[in-house]
Design a protein around this ligand. Structure first.
Ligand code: C5P
Length: 220
């Protein structure tokens, strides 16, 4: 079968990562978490004392870190200048700063190029998850999925992952980050016109996975 490119976009807490990894594993495809790449560059900015609220400083530094993603869905990896940052990119500090960093056009240009190179090099094809994959990064993807869920469901899932997190605080932080990601000028979070929208509010994870696997198989 020819390589198949699947774009999965949507806000946080919709089950994007779990779904994308499982679909890629089931179908023998590569997997790319583009949010991890934006988190990695944000982690580098924070670690190197760059003021993430200063778009000029962020733009000037955007080309410096080398970000490498491992695309095995069973064990995805992310390194910055050779350092494994899978843990540090999930901290509250990085999460609260990633929207500002990823809104900077120089950051997006750099990471988008990386993403296209990785997708083009995946032998069987790839599942790429993010916010602007169907609209900007891979507009010719074979299948585009846009995952949604109510804010309540998303906050409940996220605070379940972050053990002991307050669901109301999580909900407010989620809504704030989605609003920032959706309203930025360059490549905002958006559903592509030709994307299939899947509302996961009332679905279990296995149901969402099955739904997406079926849609991919129809395209193959
Ligand atoms: O998916 P995750 O929550 O890890 O993404 C972290 C952040 O990275 C998002 O809130 C968004 O600011 C940014 N992002 C982006 N474009 C993508 C993927 C993520 O701007 N394709």
């Amino acid at each position: 079968a020819p390589a198949v490119i699947v774009a999965i976009d949507g806000p946080s807490g919709t089950g994007k990562s779990s779904t994308s990894k499982a679909v890629a594993a089931q179908l023998g495809l590569s997997y790319l978490d583009t949010g991890a790449q934006y988190r990695a560059i944000t982690w580098w900015m924070v670690t190197n004392g760059i003021d993430t609220d200063d778009p000029h400083a962020v733009a000037a530094a955007a080309g410096k870190p080398e970000i490498v993603s491992g695309t095995d869905p069973a064990a995805p990896t992310i390194t910055v200048d050779g350092t494994d940052v899978a843990g540090p990119i999930r901290t509250q500090e990085v999460t609260s700063k990633v929207s500002a960093v990823s809104a900077v056009p120089e950051v997006r240009a750099r990471i988008t190029e990386l993403q296209r190179t990785i997708a083009a090099g995946a032998p069987q094809g790839i599942v790429v998850e993010g916010r602007d994959i169907g609209t900007t990064v891979l507009p010719d993807a074979d299948l585009k999925i846009f995952l949604t869920a109510s804010a309540e469901a998303r906050a409940a899932r996220r605070s379940g992952e972050l053990k002991g997190a307050d669901v109301n605080v999580t909900r407010e932080a989620l809504i704030k980050r989605d609003a920032a990601d959706s309203s930025r000028k360059t490549s905002p979070l958006a559903k592509a016109d030709d994307a299939v929208e899947v509302d996961t509010t009332e679905l279990t994870l296995p149901q969402v996975i099955e739904c997406v696997v079926t849609l991919v198989e129809e395209k193959r």
